[in-house]
Design a protein around this ligand. Sequence first.
Ligand SMILES: [Zn+2]
Length: 322
Amino acid sequence: MLSFNPLRVQVGVKELTLDHAGDFSFISHAHSDHALKTRVPSILASEATVDLLKARGYASGENIVHEHYGTKLLGAGHVLGARQLVAEGDGGTIAYTGDFRLSDSLCVKGAEIPQCDTLLMEATFGSPEFVFPDRESVAKEIASWVTEKQKEGIVVLGGYALGKAQELNKVLNDYAGIAPVVEEGIAKINDVYVKHGVALDYVRSSSDEGLKELEKNFVAIVPMNRVNNNFAFQLSRAYSRRVSAAVATGWALTERFGSMQKFCLSDHSDFPELLEFAEQTGAKKIFTEYGSAKRLARELRKKGLNAHAVEEQQKLLMAWGE
Ligand SMILES: [Zn+2]
């Protein structure tokens, strides 16, 4: 029997933990900082993820393993370097998606669809209300809003530092002809994108060019958790100029962000894409995790698939139970 639980897969003689700390961990992408704050002796990840982990100070690079023990890493879309893990065993093929996006974004190609017997998939937006608008029209909407607001003052766009910030950067470059001002944390991630072939044009806020840019009505990309009404107010006071702020996230469909403008731009699959992905893998057994895990499992069962949500309790038991 192929040994499998939502945290681990047995690959040959090695036990591989999935996005959690262990002796040997598969890190699907560089968002998973919860797993990486603990020292992990060996990490299996894509080259781009390793570069991003280093840029973010999560890994030194010494603990990276290059032996895959028969596993395959497939593209997951989502953010640069994101991979799914596919492992073979006596009981069949297992696929673990990590976070994924099925369709292409401006910076990364969409996820590949693994053929597998058992599938462990994310369900962040796994509920029917999450149907994302067409990406191209959102990009155009952002570009025209920014162009309009820049005439009045400073424009600040908030998004996750890894993934969303680069997508916003690309939108500004390609749809508005703007090179945004970014602070060092985002600039370092941008550098890794550029190294891996994603063309991005941006200005470091601390550079000479950046300081000059800040004297004008600049457009800045800032980490999501920093952008709120108070931040806009402080910025407006510091520069004595009007500030327009917006956030870009999949949660724009259901959440409010104070009086800020919001754009629906996600690095995850929406509900229809999650269904499509699950069906096309041909999996006989599906486990869902994160977000709307229970709802997605129910919707998949309605389609005749054998799907169940991974309970947090079950995860903990499996992690610490022996
Ligand atoms: Zn992620």
